[in-house]
Design a protein around this ligand. Sequence first.
Ligand code: NI
Ligand code: MN
Length: 225
Amino acid sequence: MKITFLGHACLQIELGTHILLVDPFISGNPNASHINIDKLKADFILLTHAHQDHILDVEAIANRTGALIISNFEIVTHYQGKGLEGHPMNHGGSWTFDFGKVKYVNAIHTSGFPDGSYGGQPGGFIIEGEHKTIYIAGDTALTQDMKLIPMQTSLDLAVLPIGDNFTMGVDDAIIASDFIECDKILGYHYDTFVYIEIDHDQAKRKFYEKDKDLMLLEIGESLEI
Ligand code: NI
Ligand code: MN
C-alpha cells in the first residue's frame, strides 16, 4: 500500500492497480500549487465529511475520472444528485470493494456543506487491503470510540489530525495513538491555515518521547507500508 500526501487532509492511496483519493482539497491549498488536479488519477474518492477543505475538488476530479465516491449517505446522495457515482455508507458499516474492505467509523466533528446544507455526520475510514490495515481518522476530537478499533483490527498505520483548533492537536493525537494501539502515525490537517500551524520538530519529539513515530510528509511525498 503506497500512500502519497497531497496536502492538508488529502491522500492518494495505491492498492494494487486501484487508486483511492481521500478528501481532495488541492486547488484551494496554496501549499499544493505544484499538484495538478487535472492529472490526478482516481478510481475511488473517499470523503470523511462535507467541509470545504475536504471536498473542494471532488466534482472536478470525479467528473473527469468517473471515480466512485464513498462517504456517508448524505454526502453520497448530494453527489449522486449531480450525476456522479457513489456508494453510501454510515457509521459502523463495512463494505468490500475491488481494492479491499472499508469501514466508516465515528469521528467527533461537524459536516455541513459549504452552502450550509446537511452533510450527515463526519467519520473516518479503516481501509484493509494487500494484508495491511490503515485508519484515516478524518477531522476529529480525541474520542473513546477509538478504543473500539483495536478490538477488531491491528493497524499498520494511522493517519491522525494534529493541527489543533478544529481537530485534535499533538498531545491528544498521542493519546489517540494509545487508544488505537498503533505507534506509527502519519500526521495531517496542520499548517494549511493560520489556526493550525504547528512546530514540526516539537510534534515529532513529543511522539518520540512516548516511543511513537510521527511522520510528516512533504506535499507530493509518499510512504509505503
Ligand atoms: Ni472539517
Ligand atoms: Mn478540515
